[in-house]
Ligand binder design. Structure first.
Ligand SMILES: Cc1cc2nc3c(=O)[nH]c(=O)nc-3n(C[C@H](O)[C@H](O)[C@H](O)COP(=O)(O)OP(=O)(O)OC[C@H]3O[C@@H](n4cnc5c(N)ncnc54)[C@H](O)[C@@H]3O)c2cc1C
Length: 287
């Protein structure tokens, strides 16, 4: 199938892009890598009269480190971030999550910001942003604003971005040297969206865990942060019973059944992937 007719706009500045979104309101949609939007339009699951292509907007791509943060421009391709040395050393959870996204052809076009703004509940990067307390930078008619990842994901494909706002960058805090990270997921085939996955990080001081992050995806309409399990892990330290911590992360979940898996199966898998990811993260932090 082909998409229904639409007007194509290629603004050169963020201001022009925001202006176009405002002018065409709910008829307009931002186009980034097109890896989710174009299939949805081609299958006529979504129809928009105006596409505002961000690919010619200056200054939306790039990766830089400053003041204890790594800032990734929204238009940075997933493949660029995957092979970037700053991301590998300073946001390892992100570097480990990226290869799980589809296939390399998709990551060559798909953008970091597109994945986060699309907010698919089975996506890796929204869970990474949530688990790492990322800050989302947005531009709209009123100027720029910053949104905490905890306030960003509102539902399946729904975020705190207004219709006339653009996600411009994502900022990740850099963790200390004695940290470890792991991403574990279960998918039917390589390249498929995960049935369920976990992103975990720990920062050690000897055997004490001074910081912990446990994020889950594929278990509800938004990514989930398991703060109670994080607190239990910090209280118990690196010698904690990880199967028990993982159960504490999975217990509050209530995933739905769908054509890919039952909710009960997803919940069971959630405990498995959290345990595996925490085991690897602690091993890495110790080494
Ligand atoms: C076969 C296949 C397998 C895939 N597997 C996975 C997977 O395993 N895991 C995974 O996470 N993803 C997967 N994807 C999706 C892929 O990661 C997409 O690249 C991503 O979801 C969207 O990024 P994009 O840049 O292509 O955005 P687009 O498709 O261009 O846009 C997606 C949505 O986000 C909005 N948007 C994009 N950028 C911005 C912005 N800067 N500001 C505001 N709104 C914006 C658009 O308006 C649109 O609504 C898969 C895709 C395909 C086709």
């Amino acid at each position: 199938m082909k998409p229904s007719k639409f007007h194509y706009h290629a603004p050169a500045t963020i201001g022009d892009a925001v202006g176009l979104l405002g002018a065409h309101a709910d008829e307009a949609k931002v186009l980034a890598g097109g890896q989710s939007l174009v299939p949805m339009m081609s299958l006529r699951l979504a129809t928009f009269g105006h596409l505002v292509d961000l690919n010619k907007v200056d200054g939306l791509a790039g990766i830089e480190r400053s003041n204890g943060h790594v800032r990734i421009g929204a238009l940075t391709r997933q493949a660029t971030a995957e092979h970037d040395t700053t991301v590998a050393s300073d946001v390892p959870m992100m570097a480990k999550a990226l290869p799980h996204i589809g296939h390399f052809q998709i990551r060559n076009r798909g953008t970091v910001g597109g994945s986060i703004a699309h907010a698919d509940p089975a996506s890796e990067l929204p869970a990474v942003a949530l688990a790492l307390d990322a800050t989302l930078e947005a531009a709209g008619p009123g100027g720029e604003r910053q949104i905490a990842a905890a306030d960003f994901f509102e539902g399946t494909w729904q975020t705190a971005l207004a219709e006339d706002e653009i996600l411009t960058a994502v900022r990740f805090p850099v963790w200390g040297a004695a940290s470890g990270f792991a991403v574990e997921e279960v998918a039917r085939r390589h390249g498929d969206f995960a049935i369920c996955g976990a992103v975990c990080g720990v920062e050690l001081d000897g055997d004490a865990i001074v910081r912990a992050a446990i994020g889950l995806f594929g278990v509800g309409p938004t990514p989930v942060r398991s703060t109670l399990a994080e607190q239990a892990l910090i209280a118990g330290g690196a010698g904690s019973d990880l199967a028990d911590i993982a159960r504490q992360a999975a217990d509050p979940l209530d995933p739905s059944d769908d054509i890919h898996a039952s909710g009960a199966y997803r919940k069971q898998i959630a405990a498995v992937v959290v345990r595996r990811a925490l085991t690897k993260a602690i091993e890495e932090a110790r080494s």
